[in-house]
Design a protein around this ligand. Structure first.
Ligand SMILES: Nc1ncnc2c1ncn2[C@@H]1O[C@H](COP(=O)(O)OP(=O)(O)OP(=O)(O)O)[C@@H](O)[C@H]1O
Length: 244
């Protein structure tokens, strides 16, 4: 059984199809990149998984539990957490207050303190700045905080929407180093939306390419960093064929 199973899922906004018959599976501990051009349906896929938008068709399961039809809080309770695009940090709250947001859904309140201590061990910069307002952190530190906050619910699957957005390449390197280290330490299962196939190829993992709301390619991320593979997936044929 897959950790995450997406079976023939379609999403529509009114009459606009955003995803059509998308099927994908993620194994426990796996790292998957979702890539594709603007409007490909990447955010719609994440929203459908997290329960933020309804599916028009198909079903989604996490460790065999049906997610489809459940509200986001119920999906979160079943073990899914999300690092949203733009991070959605509460700028006026302190770093530690941000980490505590969302822990209310947990039944094991006693474990929260231990988890906070563990996040601080993984992210020493957050420990250092625990009483600072989150709005005062740099973009990279805010991304770390968003990741730390998502870990606080002990997720079975963590989804990260465009972690590179607005960050300098060196900082993006640090963010990915952190994600990979967390995965190695905790056996975390990661689904990452990443526009840059080159970046995904460098980090490594499996890549699923979306275009026009459909899966148009799947394979080793490093192979997709190859320009021809991308051209083919985006435009339907390779640069060479297009020239003929
Ligand atoms: N709230 C909405 N109402 C109507 N159409 C929408 C809505 N959100 C997305 N769409 C449309 O659904 C399709 C998929 O959009 P989606 O945002 O999922 O793609 P994306 O790959 O995440 O794009 P981007 O990289 O620009 O965020 C697009 O055609 C988009 O215009």
């Amino acid at each position: 059984m897959s950790r995450l199973g997406v079976f023939d899922v379609s999403v529509r906004y009114g009459k606009v199809p955003a995803l059509t018959d998308v099927t994908l599976h993620i194994g426990e501990g796996e790292r998957i990149f979702i890539s594709g051009p603007n409007g490909a349906g990447k955010s719609s896929l994440l929203k459908a998984i997290s329960g933020a938008v309804p599916t028009a068709q198909g079903r989604i399961e996490l460790d065999g539990d049906l997610l489809t039809g459940r509200p986001p809080e119920a999906v979160a309770r079943l073990g899914l957490s999300m690092v949203p695009e733009g991070r959605e940090i509460f700028g006026r709250l302190t770093v530690e207050e941000n980490l505590r947001v969302g822990t209310g859904i947990r039944r094991d309140a006693d474990a929260v303190e231990g988890d906070i201590a563990e996040i601080y061990r993984a992210f020493p910069i957050l420990a250092e700045r625990r009483h600072a307002s989150a709005g005062a952190l740099s973009g990279g530190q805010q991304q770390m905080l968003a990741i730390g906050r998502a870990l606080m619910t002990n997720p079975k699957l963590m989804m990260v929407d465009e972690p590179s957005l607005g960050l300098a390449p060196k900082i993006v390197d640090q963010v990915y180093d952190t994600l990979v280290a967390l995965q190695e330490e905790r056996g975390l299962t990661l689904l990452i939306v990443e526009q840059s196939s080159v970046r995904a190829g460098r980090v490594g993992g499996r890549m699923i390419l979306l275009r026009g709301g459909q899966v148009v390619g799947e394979g080793d991320a490093a192979a997709f960093a190859d320009k021809d593979a991308l051209t083919e997936a985006y435009f339907g044929k390779t640069g060479k064929e297009a020239a003929e």
